[in-house]
Design a binder for this molecule. Structure first.
Ligand code: SF4
Length: 63
């Protein structure tokens, strides 16, 4: 299971890296950067919360 980021959609609200700081970080403009792409059983739950809270649908979980 992987998480993907559309940098074209991300407008930098920061919800993802606030909710799941182990998975995402901010770049200099406050846009999201992926720290890890491959998800395990514990990180997948965090990732789903971040996906559900991204207002731009920039994050997606791919099986
Ligand atoms: S929550 Fe979505 S729009 Fe906001 S920084 Fe994260 S990926 Fe970008």
């Amino acid at each position: 299971v992987r998480i993907t980021l559309s940098t074209e959609r991300c407008t930098g609200h920061g919800r993802c890296y606030t909710l799941a700081p182990g998975l995402f970080q901010a770049d200099e403009q406050g846009h999201c950067q992926l720290i890890v792409a491959d998800l395990g059983p514990d990180t997948e739950a965090q990732a789903r919360i971040a996906v559900g809270n991204c207002p731009e649908q920039a994050l997606e979980i791919v099986d």
